[in-house]
Write a protein that binds this ligand. Sequence first.
Ligand SMILES: NC(=O)C1=CN([C@@H]2O[C@H](COP(=O)(O)OP(=O)(O)OC[C@H]3O[C@@H](n4cnc5c(N)ncnc54)[C@H](O)[C@@H]3O)[C@@H](O)[C@H]2O)[C@@H](O)CC1
Ligand SMILES: [K+]
Length: 504
Amino acid sequence: MKILSSAQLREADTFTISHENLAPGALMERAAQAFTNWFINHCGREKEVAIFCGPGNNGGDGLAVARLLSEHNYLVRTFIPETDSVFSEEFKLNLKRLPARIPVVRFNHTAPLEDRHLSKTRIIDALFGTGLNRPLTGLYAETIRFLNNLHAEIISIDLPSGLFADSATPEDAAVIKASQTITFASPKLALLLPQNQVYSQQMHSVLIGLNIGFIENLRSPFYYVDSVSARSRWKPRPRFGHKGTFGHSLLLVGSYGKIGAAILSTRACLRSGSGLVSVSLPRAGYQIMQTAAPEAMVLADPSEKIITELPPELEKYAVVGLGPGIGQAAETKKMLGNLLEKVKVPLVLDADALNLLAADKSLLPKLPPETILTPHPKEFERLTQPFTDDFERLKRLREFCQQYRCYVVLKGANTCIGTPSGNHFFNSTGNPGMATGGSGDVLTGIITALRAQGYPAEDACILGVYIHGLAGDFAKNEKGETALIASDIIENLGKAFKTLEETA
Ligand SMILES: NC(=O)C1=CN([C@@H]2O[C@H](COP(=O)(O)OP(=O)(O)OC[C@H]3O[C@@H](n4cnc5c(N)ncnc54)[C@H](O)[C@@H]3O)[C@@H](O)[C@H]2O)[C@@H](O)CC1
Ligand SMILES: [K+]
């Protein structure tokens, strides 16, 4: 699913209205209806609803939602800040349509709101959406601070008010801190970036029937990977396939004390459909690996504690995955240099393989084209430079992928995949329980297995990250977020792949 900018959404709104010859307010009615449907499914009638409406179309949405919720027997009040802002036409239209039974409280100071028991209500934030063009000041900023201080449940329409959709919001700006944002037509870029997490704990994107053909022709480097886009990249296994059809993965993983990382990536690779899996690891891990993953073939490095050598006949493997648990010893670095010289098959690099690259950036131009790197933000910063905000980080990601013709899986909530063509894919699955040791090793195993099966690098990254998150979500359903460990993700890979297979 494409992520559109505010300007593109405005164009799509205008096109849809004129192309479908929609009456004034009709598209807003669809948006309000989509929000209301979500609200009815998720929020009971036990609490009163207080809707704060700004002067533009976001406020118009708020007024339309007030009418629709009231028709569904919710107890609703609306609040309108009195400023010298000009009200939009659709705001005025929906104010006119507001039934007399719904109170409209106009205020020019937040003090009189203190005794209205708002902390016990559900707040709907319809102050500003994609039309915000500067940080909020005056009564609007005061209202936002007042609402945040209530510590009530806040549900934002389209965007938390005060947040810029496509650029960095100043740190001291007044921005609503919502528990949920129901966003229209396209997820907003700002809602996918870690720095804005504090402004919306969760985001749900709802469709409002914008013209599909028009959106298809809009150019955007940003995509959101939902279940539909993940499924479209998944390929069923051919009926007459044999283990040779699904590729032979080679994993170079582990060091003394970190054989666990080797086991996790190996088991994940096996569970993700690689036809054969060979693991090369320090001697110390030989027996442990044979026991923990009997399906894997094990090659022991001459060294007891670290990986120092490449196995022979590299060309017989479909893919090489390197990094989990390997440490940063000089001999291991030498082995990495050798690998980059010799390897002719796709590479997946993670963890200490990335730290070794960061410590000697002269290795970076030697990366074979289409190498996949899976750093977490700190590892990526070491590979590039420190960044001031997430928008700058996205820019670095694009530049890095283009310069080294590689794919970077930047791990985190809404993991972002950068591609050599300059695109970014944000993942939709996963949960905070997955921020646990070994989770990244599992991801390396999954992506390596997908590459072994012949998935192009872009599909392997997108599908791998999606499946990893989905398995994590299933694991969360069983164990909760706190107790979740990386092995639980592996245990749920079967269910995750099955979900994709059955719905594809
Ligand atoms: N255009 C459409 O047809 C649709 C719009 N929709 C809603 O409309 C929203 C966008 O509406 P608008 O473009 O009217 O934008 P907003 O409602 O976000 O606000 C825009 C108004 O606020 C003013 N403004 C911007 N920054 C300000 C600031 N810092 N201080 C004070 N005033 C400021 C602008 O000059 C403008 O008058 C979307 O987020 C969505 O909620 C939806 O109803 C779907 C259909
Ligand atoms: K809003």
